[in-house]
Design a protein around this ligand. Structure first.
Ligand code: ZN
Ligand code: ZN
Ligand code: FE
Length: 748
């Protein structure tokens, strides 16, 4: 079946033979479409078979003309439109590239070669960079992007560096962060006593010494500090968990090179492309069995987030230390990533045993990005370093400039004008004073950086979110509120280029969001346009005894699901009787037990009923582990459920699951449950197609980070003739909400 891919490339891609190269590649692969220069860079659309398009994406990166430089490459699969040939189209509006703020770029091949060339003057210099690589977003103070406007202004270039910088034929011509060991930043090491003990090569040796000894080191990176340690030492990884107060949430692992990654994990061609892309994100991969990776890196989980070194400092450390390292953001759980030297010093002795610091200031915090390949698409789980601040391009122009404040968890904010939406880096969960401060900081920063004077400011409908309260206080008269799940669906529509008047069947499945009737929504079927929606179906509501506590303790959800299904929880859950009676009362009387229609919670509850997880230590853990178990069994069977009125009734499902528990494995039940949720969607969406004539389905919300569910559903819907929109540019989780909000605010 034919499909279409749309690619946005920024970089030095104009006037360097890039378009002819794209043309030849497309012709060779038999693809139809076009390539064109736009004000943001090169835009390509290509249609063909999936395999050829994958090859096209990979070769775009690996075979580009040597002088062409890619600073960002984002792509998405869209419905084919039936191009007849491949053409080089005339440029849009003269095709002048409007230089704006660039993302940080992973170390390029040329710099890497010099880095390990003994004869080079930058041999093993941790700050080597050139026009094609190095820090950007994280060192810029203001525009235009010139050295005096970056944190490199504190370093005066030596004669050699300056002559490179001024030579138009040099790779470092106008490379703003250009530096060498003589004139640039340097690294130094701080030990347990918070004293500087050595610098340069000696400091690197100290890091290796510490890693060898099973210690934890705080390492200053691009957008903040990582905590690093040997990923093959179980005790060390556990120690890191204890100190960071992060019990089980998976850690990312950095590997020396691609071949080493392949020893530890399965890597598909699209995953390989992502790993080696200039954005260099963390990619979630399936682990290979029997490696020496510590179990505690991602406990009970068949997947692991891996990435490659993306700064020269990482390259040097990974070159010297021969094993993979855990590299997780340095922070206390849920607080923003640590970026300044004095902040880092404060965790030395507490969390880290030592720290490798340097004297180049980080201007902007920026966490690593995370992607997962789902249904043959690269789905962002966190869109941050490397991607930000490349704008999302809309298929239409907004009526007015907008600021969007996002939601609450995994937050991002966005500013928008014309047809571009600039999403911020990952702000995170805005549930502590430091995160709130970070949110305010990012808002000010984005408005200034992109020179946006918002006529409208958008926030969530939830009255208690910090972003809502802040919006009201600061922008009262300009504030517009949009419903959480509508914002999810809008963001999915926008990145998939649904036209202005377009309408879709929106399936918004997540953990929580404030609904029109004051209940907590999260299992929603909407008929939506960009500025309005109707809630047509939803998951039958149930009580959450204890509210937020039920999110952290899924057995509470299980109690509620069981009671609603007429089953005595005592016969199913190994929880003490007193506790159960109390919860029972709460559910029956509705005391401190809000109603929800959340699909995320249904997953949690089923996970608890199956004994997988009674309590969780990180967001969505119960659901994630349920997916993991389901992957170990293959069946097409599903449970029976009802759709009555506007409600999807899951009670028969709970009943059958409880029965199956005595005869079937947890894996089989988990798999049948996934199939069931997929068929719930298919049945409801089928009805909505009959009722409305719409055949485009947008899938949004954190539940669609579930690869198994999304892939089953994608296939089922496609085979029934639906057009399926998935997230490929912004995350399906709340990290993508600000895009939907911005579009809403710019149109209503
Ligand atoms: Zn370079
Ligand atoms: Zn120099
Ligand atoms: Fe959400």
């Amino acid at each position: 079946m034919k499909t279409r891919v749309k690619v946005f490339v920024t970089g030095l891609v104009q006037g360097v033979g890039f378009r002819p190269f794209v043309y030849r590649l497309a012709e060779e692969l038999g693809l139809k479409g076009y390539v064109l220069n736009s004000e943001l860079g090169v835009v390509i659309e290509a249609e063909g078979e999936k395999e050829e398009l994958h090859t096209f994406l990979i070769r775009l990166q690996s075979e580009k003309p040597p002088i062409a430089k890619i600073f960002s490459l984002e792509y998405k699969f869209l419905e084919p439109v039936g191009y007849k040939d491949f053409e080089i189209r005339k440029s849009e509006k003269g095709g002048e590239v409007k230089v704006c703020v660039l993302p940080d770029l992973a170390t390029c091949k040329e710099c890497l070669k010099e880095l390990f060339d003994k004869k080079d003057r930058r041999y093993r210099y941790p700050f080597i960079n050139c026009t094609n690589c190095g820090p950007r977003f994280t060192i810029i103070e203001e525009l235009p992007y010139d050295r005096p406007n970056t944190s490199m202004k504190e370093f005066k270039m030596c004669e050699k560096c300056l002559s490179e910088y001024e030579d138009p034929t040099d790779r470092r011509f106008h490379a703003q962060p250009n530096a060498c060991p003589k004139c640039g930043p340097y690294v130094f090491f701080v030990d347990e006593s918070k004293k500087v003990v050595c610098k340069d090569e000696e400091a690197i040796r100290k890091v290796i010494e510490y890693l060898e000894a099973g210690k934890i080191v705080a390492l200053k990176g691009l957008g903040g500090f990582h905590l690093i340690c040997d990923a093959t030492r179980e005790e060390t990884v556990r120690e890191l968990r204890r100190k960071k107060r992060r019990e089980e949430k998976p850690f990312a692992v950095m590997f020396k090179d691609l071949n080493t990654i392949k020893e530890y994990a399965e890597v598909s061609p699209l995953e390989e492309r992502a790993l080696t892309s200039v954005e260099s994100p963390i990619v979630i991969l399936n682990k290979k069995p029997g490696t020496d990776l510590a179990e505690s890196v991602s406990p009970e989980n068949n997947t692991v987030g891996v990435f490659l070194p993306y700064t020269p400092l990482h390259h040097v450390v990974l070159n010297d230390f021969k094993r993979p390292i855990v590299a997780t953001s340095a922070n206390v759980t849920d607080e923003p990533i640590v970026k300044d030297n004095d902040e880092a010093l404060s965790i030395v002795g507490e969390i880290a045993d030592g720290a490798l610091l340097h004297n180049r200031r980080i201007v902007r915090r920026c966490d690593d990005s995370v992607v997962r390949v789902i249904a043959g698409r690269q789905v962002p789980i966190r869109r941050s370093r490397g991607f930000v601040p490349v704008p999302v391009v809309l298929p239409f122009s907004l009526k007015r400039p907008v600021l969007a404040l996002g939601a609450h968890m995994k937050n991002t904010v966005a500013v928008a004008k014309g047809n571009k939406v600039y999403l911020s880096q990952h702000v995170g969960d805005v549930d502590n004073p430091k995160a709130e401060e970070f949110l305010r900081e990012v808002v000010g920063d984005m408005l200034k950086l992109f020179e946006v004077e918002p006529e409208v400011v958008v926030c969530d409908r939830h009255p208690l979110y910090y972003s809502t309260r802040y919006g009201r206080e600061k922008f009262g008269d300009r504030l517009v509120q949009v419903y959480h799940h509508h914002a999810h669906v809008i963001s999915c529509m926008a990145e998939n280029e649904v036209p202005l008047e377009g309408r879709v069947i929106g399936v918004a499945f997540d953990g929580t969001g404030y609904g029109r009737d004051g209940t907590i929504w999260g299992g929603e079927f909407l008929i939506a346009g960009y500025t309005d929606f109707e809630r047509r179906y939803h998951l039958k509501t149930f009580r959450l005894p204890g509210g937020d506590r039920a999110v952290k303790e899924p057995y509470r959800v299980a109690v509620s699901l069981l009671l609603s299904s007429g089953i005595d929880p005592r016969k199913v859950l190994p929880v003490d009787g007193k506790k159960l009676s109390l919860l029972e009362q709460m559910v029956k009387k509705g005391v401190n037990s809000p109603l929800t229609s959340s699909m995320g919670r249904l997953f949690d509850g089923v996970s608890a009923i199956l004994g997988i997880r009674e309590k969780v230590t990180y967001q969505a853990q119960a659901a994630i582990l349920l997916e993991q178990r389901a992957l170990h069994f293959s069946t097409e069977e599903a449970y029976h459920f009802d759709v009555t009125g506007g409600e999807v009734d899951w009670r028969p499902v709970v009943e059958q699951i409880v029965k199956d528990r005595s005869t079937l494995s947890v894996e089989e039940i988990a798999r049948k449950f996934h199939n069931t949720v997929a068929s719930m969607v298919v049945r409801v969406v089928d009805r909505l197609r009959e009722e409305t004539g719409l055949d485009t389905v947008a899938l949004s919300g954190g539940v669609f980070q579930n690869k198994l569910l999304t892939e089953i559903l994608y296939e089922d819907l496609r085979s029934k003739g639906f057009k399926v929109l998935l997230h490929q540019i912004v995350p399906p989780n709340d990290g993508g909400i600000s895009l939907g909000q911005a579009v809403y605010g710019g149109l209503v």
